[in-house]
Design a protein around this ligand. Structure first.
Ligand code: ADP
Ligand code: MG
Length: 349
């Protein structure tokens, strides 16, 4: 692979279980939550990649694995093509920064903005002789003007959008190559979401950052992201360039997600409700995890996990609908090459 095509950050076949206590007293035992199963994702410089899915789909877990905050049970993380060492080392943290959903919780209420920004600058030794100038420069990059005025404020004196801009400035302080933004606008007023999304777009366009945008809102993913990966119940079900994915969704779950998204042009109500809820990840459904909710469910969906099938350039979808029934019936023979491995994995579980 040439340097030009090497992703800045990549997760390959990431799998994560959380062990939780089940039952009480002598019958209590620990059981695994299958939070993330065999997810692969690549982030490129100057691109926004979105992970979209309902609550509980495993989005945050993938984000935390990529940030090296938690370790996957299986799979590998690569930074600039090299296996990333275990743990979130200072050098890793300097390259891969996170922005969280709640800017109130992530800023220390007793400190002024300048303190929050100077700390990472000092830790990573990026302070020039004039500390105020370094802080002001960061605040200008996130369009908090006049910067000196914002530097002197406490978090409670800022609006939600301004606080989130400070969080982003703090992430930028260490000059990262990757920004992982987990639902960065979902707690903000609708009226100021667009401004923060546009700031992320500017950081991509002007500074070439690789950005992971995690969201439950497919419309905002289409607005901001270059590519979208859809997660359902811990697995990636579909991935494509944003416009392609939202204009021509191939996976029945993506179709459902889009039909449920608010759309001012549509008069009929969303139809996601009435088709059940996401499954418990303590005992995920056999075969395709979406099969209990799928309007097109077939027998094979109940027993075998579908392989990822290329349906268009750069567009893959994990659904048996994309596999020719003739080849499907032939006991696995003739199904696309990837099918074998996916099926094997499923039967091992
Ligand atoms: N620390 C944890 N312990 C136990 N279960 C967890 C933990 N973190 C996440 N989970 C479970 O893993 C699944 C995926 O969670 P998460 O990654 O937070 O999803 P999302 O961000 O898409 O809402 C959920 O079922 C959640 O309850
Ligand atoms: Mg989450």
């Amino acid at each position: 692979m040439s340097a030009a095509t090497t992703p800045v950050l990549e997760g390959r076949n990431l799998t994560k279980y959380f062990w939780v206590k089940q039952g009480r007293g002598p019958f209590a035992r620990r059981a695994p939550v299958h939070a993330v199963d065999n997810v692969s994702l690549a982030l490129d410089a100057g691109k926004v990649t979105a992970i979209v899915g309902e609550s509980g789909a495993g989005k945050t877990t993938v984000a935390r694995i990529l940030a090296r905050i938690i370790q996957p049970d299986q799979g590998q993380v690569f930074l600039a093509g090299k296996p990333a060492p275990k743990g979130r080392s200072r050098s890793y943290a300097a390259q891969v920064q996170m922005v969280f959903q709640d800017p109130f919780a992530s800023l220390n209420p007793v400190h002024r903005v300048s303190y929050d920004l100077l700390r990472p600058l000092r830790i990573h030794r990026f302070v020039t002789r004039d500390a105020d100038a370094s802080v002001n420069e960061l605040l200008k990059r996130v369009a908090l003007n006049p910067p000196a005025q914002f530097a002197a404020k406490f978090p409670h004196e800022l609006s939600g959008g301004q606080r989130q801009r400070v969080s982003i400035a703090r992430a930028l302080a260490v000059r990262p190559r990757v920004l992982i933004a987990d639902e960065p606008v979902s707690m903000l007023d609708v009226s100021i979401r667009l401004g923060v999304l546009n700031l992320l777009a500017d950081l991509r366009n002007e500074e070439g950052l690789a950005i992971l945008y995690v969201t439950h809102d497919i419309a905002s993913a289409r607005y901001l992201a270059d590519t979208i990966s859809v997660m359902y119940a811990g697995q990636l079900v579909e991935s494509a360039p944003s416009a392609q994915l939202t204009d021509s969704p191939a996976h029945p779950y993506t179709q459902l997600l889009i039909s449920a998204a608010p759309d001012p042009d549509r008069t009929s109500p969303p139809h996601l409700k009435g088709r059940g809820a996401p499954p418990s990840l303590l005992a995920p459904p056999s075969g395709c995890r979406f099969h209990p909710r799928c309007p097109y469910v077939m027998d094979i969906c109940k027993s075998q996990a579908p392989p990822s099938i290329p349906v268009a350039p750069g567009h893959v979808s994990a659904c048996w609908l994309h596999v020719n029934p003739a080849s499907r019936d032939a006991s696995g023979n003739g199904v696309p090459a990837t099918a074998g491995s996916a099926t094997e994995k499923e039967t091992k579980r």
